[in-house]
Design a protein around this ligand. Sequence first.
Ligand code: ADP
Ligand code: MG
Length: 503
Amino acid sequence: MVMTARELDPRVQAFLADGPKRLLIDGAWVEAASGRTFATLDPATGERLAEVAEGDATDIDRAVKAARRAFDEGPWSTMTPAERSRLIWRLADLIEERSEVLAQLETLDNGKPLAVARRDDLGGTVDYFRYYAGWPTKVEGATVPVSVANTFAYTLRQPVGVCGQIIPWNYPLMMAAWKVAPALAAGCTIVLKPAEQTPLSALLLGELCLEAGIPAGVVNVVTGYGETAGAALAAHPAVDKIAFTGSTEVGRLILRAASQSNLKKVSLELGGKSPNIVFADADLSQAREGAAGGIFYNMGQDCTAGSRVFVEGSIYDDVAQFIADHAKGLTVGSGLDAATDIGPLVSQEQVDRVLGYMQLGPTEGARVLSGGGRAQGAGLDRGFFVQPTVLADARNDMRVAQEEIFGPVVTVIPFRDVEDVIRQGNDIAYGLGAGVWTRDLAKAHRVAAAIRAGTVWVNTYGPTDPALPFGGFKASGHGREMGFEAIHLYTEVKSVWVNLGEG
Ligand code: ADP
Ligand code: MG
């Protein structure tokens, strides 16, 4: 049953009904200086969900100045670590309290199944803030035994400053959490720019930051387009660091903007085209499920999607057929429908892009084992629905195997042996994730070491944990989020020399 507008949580209805959404700058909700707004759509219906302030360079400048003041003058930077820790924990509690509202907003704005939004997006976000709530009191420097007489040397790890954080639309709240939580823990201030397709949950997050007692100006939220608001943030001379998750193409623009302005620090989490490798000696039922789940989760709109499934020759037909049958069994529908496995894609633009690859596959010689086009059916014609699609007999050099599709489209590629699959798996511009399915322990570790990717999952696919670093080799990015690595991203190390000599 699809939840109707009337069955939505009353707080969601109130949030959506409450006029055009405003920007959060310096603790106050303000209109864009231009007065302009833009619509955010429900991808299940194509209809307008809400009007949102269209922030641009002027608003980014106001927000950066607010974040600058909050950083340079306090009280955030003068607060004790324990106080900051308490505020981040309180924020996690408020997110948990409001998790049904946030999950419904996420499903409405992004399209993903509500059960997934509740469990993974909200569960993950709360865990993430709780994990980083513990960090402020643990950001240590070191005393260092330099080889200079009468000298005491130590390091301080200090907040990097004002952080611009530019967020994608595939996990709108969780991607904001991945960036906001460690930045707050490190003592930074923030200008958050959510994706124009999915701005709503970040606005509620901003509200909860205020409610938690995080001082004005510490977290600012500026909604708007990438080419205007996002670009202005990346180029702003008073921003000390940009953290970006999104397309490789925009990652390049951000690096260029940083290099042409103040050489701000940049961390990037970009695309992927991850190999998910099934050896003939794997637990086959587990491996086949893992291969299917690795691509269709979140409609394939996942930078670690296992979009290149490599299958050892002797079991190739069996595994390819299994994934195709699995795809055919998935229910496509509104994320508000409890029966839905595959929600809509986020936008018409994504539908066009993904359909383009579905059509390209067969012209390159791949065989369509399931799907291959728009999803048909009652209630699907207005929304952004496509069929989960399996392209079998693919070769690693095809464009459908080399380019990130960011949709529920998998290429299934045969391989001969360990050397062959390591070579093919690494023959790609990206290096974000990889899966290995085998019962042979030595083989698992050998492949895990040889694949050039930031995360390798052995006999599982896709989990992340706030304690374990996450990020990419090669064109998949710069830097690592999560764990202490993310504290690194939001701090500068200062070396202090003290002459202990007399006279
Ligand atoms: P997609 O093309 O899938 O929407 P993007 O990389 O364009 O992915 O978007 C990710 C985030 O980057 C969004 O918040 C978007 O607004 C922002 N963005 C897009 N273009 C730019 C840009 N030129 N400069 C800064 N941010 C941008
Ligand atoms: Mg874009």
